[in-house]
Design a protein around this ligand. Structure first.
Ligand code: AMP
Length: 286
């Protein structure tokens, strides 16, 4: 496995391989890799000839009060995981290389970024869209993998690729969970051992909502109430939002008639957790 830090060297490598007809896959990450990232890398490995994993803690997607400075950095373990999973290039650009002085352009998707994570983190999605556009421009992949864990982000990336004709196939990989159901996240290490046990209640709440939908409950407000009641059973959790949405628009639904996404975000002490589940109503028998 090769480590490349310079965007110019990264593009030169990709251009050479593209000329040879090689299919390049990209898994963008912020490092602190866990089993969720490993699953994305494995799935990408099966779909491309040459695999690039980027490790870049992108300052533009963190707000001023967020955890940029203390975001976990575990670069030697990350490199070992990438090497073991058959990554060809670990692309590790510096902040200065990605955002040199004079950098101006920001990519925004106002409708997708308006709600949910965008409401709590106003500049987050513009930072994400900008870095993804840059990574695609530098790495020139034909394929890129993202996790369902960050559902709103995956919707945004698909829209970005469509709107800007970026020509990258986007694959969204299902969320990888701990044994009790908690979605894996680089931020889970911030949880105390007691809060780690309590944190699974977010998933339980979403499951209760999904179960209601499968049983035939179609009223959006009732489904939301079911989720809220489950989560309120654990007083350590504060709800940021819980919603029943269209999976493409991310707009809240008053009635469930087809597949929906249940989106949730909670706080537990100073840690913010997000998760989601897809759910579909029972098929009507004719
Ligand atoms: P991050 O390093 O947190 O920016 O995540 C890099 C990629 O891994 C993103 O596409 C995430 O959605 C994805 N990811 C993070 N956690 C998980 C998980 N538990 N399961 C599946 N994908 C994940």
């Amino acid at each position: 496995m090769k480590i490349i830090r310079s965007p110019r060297a990264m593009t030169a490598w990709s251009e050479q391989l593209r000329r040879e007809g090689v299919k390049i896959g990209l898994v963008p990450t912020m490092g602190a890799l866990h089993e969720g990232h490993r699953a994305l890398i494995r799935a990408a490995r099966l779909r491309c000839d040459a695999l690039v994993a980027s490790i870049f803690v992108n300052p533009k997607q963190f707000g001023p009060q967020e955890d940029l400075a203390k975001y976990p950095r575990t670069i030697s373990q990350d490199r070992a995981l990438c090497k073991k999973e058959g990554v060809d290039i670990c692309f590790e650009p510096t902040v200065e290389a990605m955002y040199p002085s004079g950098f101006q352009t920001m990519v925004t998707l106002p409708a997708i970024a308006r709600r949910w994570e965008g409401e709590v983190r106003p500049h987050h999605f513009s930072g994400v869209a900008t870095v993804v556009t840059k990574l695609f421009g530098i790495v020139r992949p034909q394929l890129a993998l993202f996790g369902q864990k960050d559902f709103q982000q995956s919707v945004l990336v698909r829209q970005l690729v469509k709107d800007l004709n970026l020509g990258v196939e986007i694959v969204v990989h299902p969320t990888v969970r701990e044994a009790d159901g908690l979605a894996m996240s680089s931020r889970n290490i911030y949880l105390s051992s007691d809060d780690r046990i309590r944190a699974v209640t977010l998933y339980r709440g979403l499951q209760a909502g999904a179960e209601a939908i499968r049983r035939g409950v179609s009223d959006g407000a009732s489904i939301q109430k079911t989720m809220i009641q489950t989560i309120r059973g654990e007083p350590a959790l504060t709800i940021d939002y819980l919603s029943v949405c269209g999976p493409d628009t991310l707009e809240p639904l008053s009635a469930v008639t087809s597949r929906v996404v249940l989106l949730g975000a909670v706080r537990i002490e100073s840690v913010r957790l997000i998760d989601n589940l897809l759910a579909a109503p029972p098929r009507r028998s004719s």
